[in-house]
Design a protein around this ligand. Sequence first.
Ligand code: ADP
Length: 468
Amino acid sequence: MTIFHLSTECYPVAKVGGLADVVGALPKYQNKIKEVNAKVVMPWYNKHFVYDYDFEVVFDGFIYQGSNMLQVQVMKETTDVLGFELFMVKIPGLLDRENPYGYEDESFQFLAFQQGILHWLTAMKIRPDVLHCHDYHTGLVPFMIENCYEFEFLKGVKTIGTIHNGEYQGMMSWDMVNCMPAFDHHKWGLLDWNGFINPLASMIKCCSAFTTVSEGYLEELFVSFRGLESLVREEFSKAYGIINGIDTDVWNPQTDPMIDFNFNSKNALKIKKKNKAKLCKEYGLNPELPLFAFIGRFATEKGADLLPDLIWRSIKQSFGGLNIIVLGSGNAYIEQQLKELDSVYSNFATDIGYKEHLSHKIYASADFLLMPSRVEPCGLNQMYAMRYGTVPVVSYTGGLRDTVKDITTGGSGLNFTYPGVDDIIHAMSRGVNIYKNKAQMDELVLSNMKFDFAWEKSAEKYLTLYKN
Ligand code: ADP
């Protein structure tokens, strides 16, 4: 069974968040199943990876956006170093950029990506069993293969749409229709949502089945989905929640080359302390006090706007003393406030930016990981934290609900129902009390490390879905 994963991110080629981790790992684990041949297609980026590895041109052609002719090249990484075949679509001016997102012409960029893929497959007569589309950037594919005359050859190919983040839907004005390949205009309703072309809505309408990255998140979408609630209810018969796994080759404290001192469940209690001492020294924190960490995008869905208030209040209230470290970037106002707090409080440190190595060091060093998310489709941070013996302190939402149980209900994390500062501080104070009780804290560290979040189970679930 041949599966093509279509995505704008894939670790380690280009990563902004969890989408990259999933697309970099799931196909690798799928390929361990005998009957599956999973491949990844992503845009070409001007990043290290494309210079560090060899690529060959497997296709050269042209697409049109309106009267604009664009050259399309499909490049294949020659060694399959990632554990799957990797194809990158190169379109000069649109798909040869530094970063996946943040460009004003993104509607043209992602449309070109999808057209480029379908044009290549059609021209080369490649007919996969499944086109697996990830998020809205590839959300028009299910519509286009069924309705665009040019891609007639692909009609009937099954499509899966996975929603990693329903907050972003890629809405664009109907003017964009002039840039799309010709289709039967009676079908316009399959693109439309509230007067806009909405790629995520179109994906839900047109795909064979769609998935969310946790069961909890799927339930939430029925009541809160940025205007698509009624659509997801209407289409619920083809909806599935499949929890993400983690790549245990990359996220393994015993072998992780990005952390200072490797450890396993036998020596974790000692070695985690060494990692913490080193990190605390680098950031001027006190290694004797519990270390709470936040890693992520500074976005309201992540509750990052709560951090400044949370930080000064938890430090002032103290409840026995604590350190906080924040790694992230995004909203400029939040960045500014955190920098100011960093200059005032000695037990708070922040590092602004996207830093893969530092994130691993923090997972390996921290005692607690804070996730005050308002929306969390799955969340990978809590799983990485647990694997590295760090106790997650999380809001009770989406995938966090599915993966972290509170210690009071037999789990090994700390939950708070509502992501508000008071509730989070209460959960943190529970954490500080646990930290003071060494035996309880040690037990939590070790029990968290035992959780099995490996991809195998979810890879099987996707296979079952493909077969259906
Ligand atoms: P998202 O909604 O951002 O995709 P996930 O929890 O699914 O959230 O995945 C986040 C991923 O991005 C994790 O691998 C996390 O470690 C990583 N990450 C987020 N922000 C940073 C950062 N500033 N530096 C390094 N890694 C980061």
